[in-house]
Design a protein around this ligand. Structure first.
Ligand SMILES: Cc1cc2nc3c(=O)[nH]c(=O)nc-3n(C[C@H](O)[C@H](O)[C@H](O)COP(=O)(O)OP(=O)(O)OC[C@H]3O[C@@H](n4cnc5c(N)ncnc54)[C@H](O)[C@@H]3O)c2cc1C
Ligand code: FES
Length: 476
């Protein structure tokens, strides 16, 4: 099943206990959890439900988030590190119980997750010891059956894969959902869309990148990272899923009859060049008999210290709640968000809340990312001042783009394969950084906070709220 029911646009003024902004897994699970305890919940979605990261994810449901246990203990201390791991393990169990209770046919498969190291890669024994200390179901195992050498892997047993959309659909009955209803603003308890509004005692912002910038300084505390994926058929099946110990390395996962090969992780807006071609080369080497079915990229938010922000949005607005910064591990973290925010709204105790508090600040875990973020913001603005026009419009080959200067102004110009020209402002409407051309996806990407636009200027991803200004390219 891959079709969800359609919902109307919001065209009236509603009163609710909770308004949930964002119809991805985080928003929907939270809405479901609140609705189940009897609260009146309204879900507001800008486009279609599950049209964001949820609809594009590779659906590994695991408490093992890369090599993370040793890092968590170092940065947060053992007590908070254990909270994180326990919350994730509990989330996997909650999914298992929920899919069984709702009788959802979602291809649930218990699986072992594995983080692997190359023969000359890092030693995994310290990560293993840290995971044991934190109470994870961890083992050190040899790896067989991959077409390249792996020294060993650190594994979490009893994790799972499933198809998220059937579960997503099963959460919907009884919920008040409005699609094509972008939230434009929140003033006090009033959530405003274009042609309707919701007045709610509590407001949950589950828009992946936090929508409201008046509180919490989230744009200074989050970055976005892009990952590239290939779906292959005809390769010999592998058992379960595997991640490289290096976060910028490969990932492999069996999904039905297909093999998903991922890689090329990078900060959004920092174009690496030929990401798909490099993945294809790897695929040819490892699985010469395989055929490519599709290639795609997607991005997710990462916090400064690598742990999501789930809890009160900011001190000044206790009725506002946020769930963000899942760093590609949003399935378990969506469940954590639903449970934590339901407890917060009902004024109940959730034992693992402290580690997710958006108010936390751990200097050792955050300073480097903070400096990097500031550097990108400065560079993004400076580049706008000093970018030189690379070439004349006439010199842009088909399928390519360039920054063109005309009467003292800069334009981002793309020439498509049919020789049509598209000219847009190459300045991000979010906070004015210079956009980078991403030749792999044919998009203009922002290195500052990760907004993305297609070559016609249409906004693909937040935090920018507006499209790029278009210009008639014939005038250039
Ligand atoms: C390629 C990829 C692979 C992944 N694989 C995994 C995996 O294997 N395992 C795992 O645990 N996680 C994975 N993730 C992460 C996971 O899919 C997500 O974190 C998870 O689905 C939760 O998403 P979300 O609800 O936070 O965001 P989304 O699904 O993006 O939902 C946010 C919603 O908010 C809406 N919105 C935004 N602004 C507004 C507004 N102003 N008004 C109304 N609505 C608005 C958007 O339209 C969107 O629908 C992956 C992510 C990617 C990109
Ligand atoms: S300036 Fe923030 S996303 Fe572009």
């Amino acid at each position: 099943m891959d079709k969800l029911p359609e919902y109307p646009r919001l065209t009236e003024h509603l009163i609710a206990d909770v308004a949930v902004i964002g119809g991805g897994m985080a928003g929907l699970l939270t809405a479901f959890s609140l609705h189940r305890v009897g609260l009146r919940v309204v879900v507001l979605e800008e486009n279609r439900l599950a049209g964001g990261a949820t609809g594009r994810c590779t659906a590994r449901l695991s408490a093992q988030h890369g090599l993370f246990c040793e890092r968590l203990i170092r940065d947060f201390g053992e007590h908070l590190a254990r909270q994180y791991v326990m919350a994730q393990l509990h989330a996997v169990k909650q999914y298992r119980d929920l899919t069984a209770a709702l009788g959802v046919d979602c291809g649930w498969r218990d699986q072992t997750s594995r983080v692997c190291t190359a023969p000359n890669g890092p030693d995994l024994s310290r990560e293993y010891a840290a995971a044991v200390l934190l109470g994870a179901p961890v083992e050190l195992q040899a790896v067989k059956g991959l077409p390249f050498p792996v020294r060993e892997s650190v594994c979490f047993t009893n994790q799972a894969t499933f198809e998220p959309l059937p579960l997503f659909a099963a959460l919907l009955p009884g919920l008040a959902v409005y699609e094509h209803s972008p939230v434009r603003d929140v003033r006090g308890h009033l959530v405003r869309c274009d042609s309707g509004s919701v007045e709610a005692r509590h407001i949950v912002v589950a828009t992946r990148y936090p929508l409201l910038e008046r509180w919490g300084f989230y744009h200074l505390r989050l970055r976005q990272e892009q990952i590239h994926l290939l779906e292959l058929t005809g390769a010999p099946p592998i058992d379960g899923w595997y991640l490289d110990a290096d976060t910028r390395g490969w990932s492999l996962q069996q999904r039905g009859n297909s093999l998903i090969l991922g890689g090329g992780l990078h900060r959004s807006g920092e174009y690496q060049g030929n990401s798909y071609d490099r993945l294809r080369e790897q695929a040819r080497l490892w699985f010469p008999e395989a055929r490519e079915v599709r290639a795609w990229s997607s991005q997710d938010c990462v916090t400064m210290d690598g742990v999501p922000y789930i809890g009160r949005y900011g001190a000044a607005a206790p009725y506002l709640h946020v769930a963000a910064g899942f760093g590609r591990w949003g399935l378990t973290n969506s469940m954590v968000a639903a449970t934590l925010l339901t407890a917060e709204i009902l004024d109940k105790h959730y034992p693992y809340a402290e580690v997710f508090s958006p108010a936390r600040f751990f200097p050792s875990a955050s300073i480097e990312a903070m400096m990097e973020g500031a550097l990108y913001a400065i560079r993004g603005k400076k580049r706008r001042l000093y970018t030189v026009a690379e070439r004349e419009t006439a010199a842009i080959p088909r399928g390519s783009a360039a920054i063109v200067r005309h009467h003292g102004r800069q334009y981002g110009v793309y020439r498509d394969e049919q020789d049509r020209l598209y000219a847009v402002s190459p300045v991000c409407p979010h906070r004015g950084c210079a956009l980078e051309w991403n030749a792999d996806d044919k998009t203009w990407d922002c290195p500052c906070h990760g907004s993305r636009f297609d070559y016609t200027g249409r906004r693909l991803d937040c935090p920018a709220r507006a499209a790029l200004k278009q210009t008639d390219a014939k005038l250039l």
